[in-house]
Design a protein around this ligand. Structure first.
Ligand code: ZN
Length: 176
């Protein structure tokens, strides 16, 4: 990358951009690759494991993932092509800071799209944090938030976000 990465501010629940279906990327050029780098930087800065472009104010179908101890990667024009099973798991979102709640997600998720280099990719994950992130981030580019999936009457947990400069333990991660 020629340009320096930069962190961009996260948009929060109530911002209308989070509710708009994002546009497909027609061509993966330098500006998209710069966006991907900024998204990865912003995701790590916020201690997230995933991020969608609308969360930093860009209405495009671009998502990034950064699982603990694995290299971050992007999926452009992500589509979930297959799911199997259901599971109830705790979820949070960088755009709804501090809150988490149980959400029904699929056990197995197949995500297709393009890599940052424009190659076609298809990844199937089963019962992992990444499988959960696939559904969470694809929701974001469709204008959905995890709170849309929370059952009425479910317990929502609030733990105040940590100050910016406080070290976060390696095993603490927010969803994207
Ligand atoms: Zn999110």
């Amino acid at each position: 990358m020629l340009s320096a990465m930069s962190r961009r501010p996260i948009r929060y629940l109530g911002d209308s951009i989070l509710r708009q279906p994002a546009k497909r990327v027609r061509q993966i050029d330098g500006s998209i690759q710069n966006l991907i780098q900024d998204m990865i930087e912003s995701m790590y800065e916020a201690h997230g494991v995933g991020l969608a472009a609308p969360q930093i104010g860009i209405p495009l179908r671009v998502v990034v993932f950064g699982m603990p101890d694995e290299p971050a990667f992007a999926v452009v024009n992500p589509e979930i092509t297959k799911t199997e099973g259901t599971r109830l798991i705790m979820e949070g979102c960088l755009s709804v800071p501090g809150y988490s709640a149980p959400v029904e997600r699929s056990e197995s998720v197949t995500l297709r799209g393009l890599s940052a280099m424009g190659e076609r990719i298809s990844i199937t994950e089963t019962n992992t944090l990444l499988a959960q992130a696939f559904e969470h981030e694809t929701d974001h580019v469709n204008g959905l938030l995890y709170v849309d999936h929370v059952d009425e009457g479910s317990a929502i947990t609030y733990s105040p976000p940590r100050p910016e400069n406080e070290n976060v333990e390696a095993d603490e991660h927010n969803s994207g």
